[in-house]
Design a binder for this molecule. Structure first.
Ligand code: GDP
Length: 529
């Protein structure tokens, strides 16, 4: 197969949802279609279920599972599909945001009864900022839920999407009869047991055919005709270009648990979803079929085995082919590195591979060379953009609890920050270190990992801050900026890259500061150029 064909057959995407909407279940059914797993239950749910933060082993165990499911790849109808895992738990939202820099499209799962939930809103907002093509899957149609039209409205309003249904439910919950597939023009009848055979589908391109009554009954037939007429009247026809540009989002209905409507989703997905897309670097736009390999690190995961402290850096290949034992330039460190055992992912296993293509994810063993956002090339100086840090909302002073181990502590903190577990700030006024995280769970993870991986002990002290904002650099002679720095000195810190950060102690003081110093620009993500 030619290099170009290899690129064209790849689909790298993420499934995003609020916890419990059915992401894990859908992932598993997709893998079943690919024949990548043989039975249900093979995909472990990596949700962090506990809100209590006392059970460290449980956190670790669950994090371990998330390594295994970080990338799930399978073949379906000759397409190579890479699903990138996106944790739904809000404390790990940052992981998900970063993973979204490595996907070429997403599927959003929505619970038919709960509608659009909080995490979905946040994640979709990030996808929209990046114009990522989105397909919506409305799940759990076997249960009573909201009216289909109301839900479509809700999706448009809360998520700011412009939807067009490509399938439409016939009844719902107890009366759920099946789905009319607008895209393929056929009916799929629901029988409640895990059917995935295509024989269940009845081709139906003329809905006025009286046969419809025989199949789904008079009342349902009449309702379906009315509904589809309304769909046609209200929603624009599906337009692939608009979908790819991120300006139109097709919607499917189904039930992941019953494997119903999933094949339809997958068949449409492999046809319309984009192959690896071009990616912006600070220097230029890079397209997938360029000969030279380029890629970037979007995730770093600690090895679960405490005897091997190496980590796995996940690299998305943007262009060219990644080959085993070939030297690549680590741009930030300006040094060449070779990888003798790059991992590829297949279903829930990982294995060593000789060659990977654009769209693929390779896992590289790393002893501390990589940071999130690092770029690899064949020699070109290139920096991939777009892995921002998000403004943390939980803060604590971090103290060394074992003076004999301060070296280990600093090394540990340094590496954990590189992995993107949390952010470290150094207060301007006294040089004290403050850890900021997006979720409270991370503090426990850090403490546990410092002890078990680095042999260092830390304690925390409360630091009552509401939010950290990055301060856009200003002319230091600007009087307003000077005054801001003087008055707010107690609340200023530097992040790891030396960028100035304002730590607002309340929403009110943040607003007051913005009003008082309008020329000082405050940002809630670290990248604002
Ligand atoms: P995730 O948190 O988004 O990964 O959600 P899961 O896939 O773990 O699903 C959450 C719960 O919803 C589980 O108990 C599933 O069995 C259930 N579930 C998933 N899909 C369906 C569906 O189509 N119908 C029904 N009734 N339950 C479902």
């Amino acid at each position: 197969m030619s290099f170009k064909d290899q690129i064209q057959r790849r689909r790298t995407f993420g499934i995003i949802s609020h916890p419990d909407a059915g992401k894990t279940t859908l992932t598993e059914k997709l893998l079943l279609f690919g024949g990548a797993i043989q039975e249900a239950g093979a995909v472990k749910n990596n949700k962090i279920k506990k809100t209590a933060t006392s059970d460290f082993m449980e956190i670790e165990r669950q994090r371990g599972i998330s390594v295994a499911t970080s990338v799930l790849a399978f073949l379906y109808k000759d397409k190579k599909i890479n699903i990138l895992d996106t944790p739904g738990h809000k404390d790990f939202a940052e992981d998900t945001f970063r993973t979204l820099t490595a996907v070429d499209s997403v599927i959003v799962v929505i619970d038919v009864a709960k509608g659009v939930e909080e995490q979905t809103e946040k994640l979709v907002q990030v996808c929209r900022m990046r114009n990522i093509p989105i397909i919506v899957f409305i799940n759990k149609l076997d249960r009573e839920g909201k009216d289909a039209f109301d839900l479509l409205d809700e999706v448009e309003q809360k998520l700011g999407l412009a939807v067009t249904p490509l399938s439409f439910p016939i009844g719902m919950g107890y009366d759920f009869k099946g789905i009319y597939n607008i895209y393929e023009k056929n009916i799929n009848l629901f029988s409640g047991d895990n059917k995935k055979n295509i024989e269940d589908t009845i081709a139906f391109d003329d809905l006025n055919n009286a046969e419809l009554e025989n199949i789904i009954g008079n009342k349902a037939a009449e309702e379906l005709r009315e509904n589809l007429e309304l769909v046609q009247g209200v929603y624009p026809a599906f337009d692939k270009e608009s979908y790819l540009k991120g300006t139109q989002q097709p919607v499917f209905f189904g039930s992941a648990l019953n494997n119903f409507g999933v094949r339809e989703l997958l068949d449409c997905f492999i046809e319309i979803a984009p192959a690896p897309r071009p990616k912006k670097s600070e220097e230029r736009l890079v397209v997938a079929d360029e000969e030279e390999m380029t890629g970037f690190v979007f995730k770093i995961h600690a090895n679960m085995d405490p005897k091997h402290r190496d980590r796995l850096a996940f690299v998305k290949i943007v262009s060219g082919t990644f080959e085993r034992n070939k030297p690549y330039l680590h741009v930030r460190q300006n040094k060449k590195l070779k990888f003798s055992s790059p991992n590829a992912f297949f279903a829930e296993k990982k294995e060593i591979v000789d060659i990977s293509y654009p769209g693929d994810i390779v896992g590289l063993h790393d002893t501390g060379n990589f940071k999130i956002g690092d770029t690899l090339t064949e020699g070109e100086i290139l920096h991939y953009k777009g892995i921002p840090s998000f403004s943390p909302e939980h803060f604590r002073y971090i103290n060394n609890a074992d003076p004999m181990k301060s070296k280990q502590l600093f090394k540990g903190i340094d590496q954990l920050m590189d992995e993107g577990v949390a952010q470290l700030f150094t207060l301007e006024i006294n040089g004290r270190k403050v850890i900021g995280t997006v979720g409270a769970l991370q503090f426990e993870v850090i403490q546990y990992r410092l002890e078990h991986e680095y042999g260092a002990k830390c304690t925390y002290e409360n630091f009552p801050v509401h939010k950290a904002c990055w301060v856009e650099p200003e002319d230091p002679k600007n009087e307003e900026f000077k005054e801001f720095k003087r008055v707010k000195q107690k609340f200023l810190a530097k992040d790891k890259r030396g960028q100035l950060v304002f730590l607002a102690d309340s929403q009110f003081s943040l607003q007051m500061t913005q009003q008082k110093y309008p020329s000082v620009k405050l940002h809630f993500v670290s990248e604002f150029d």
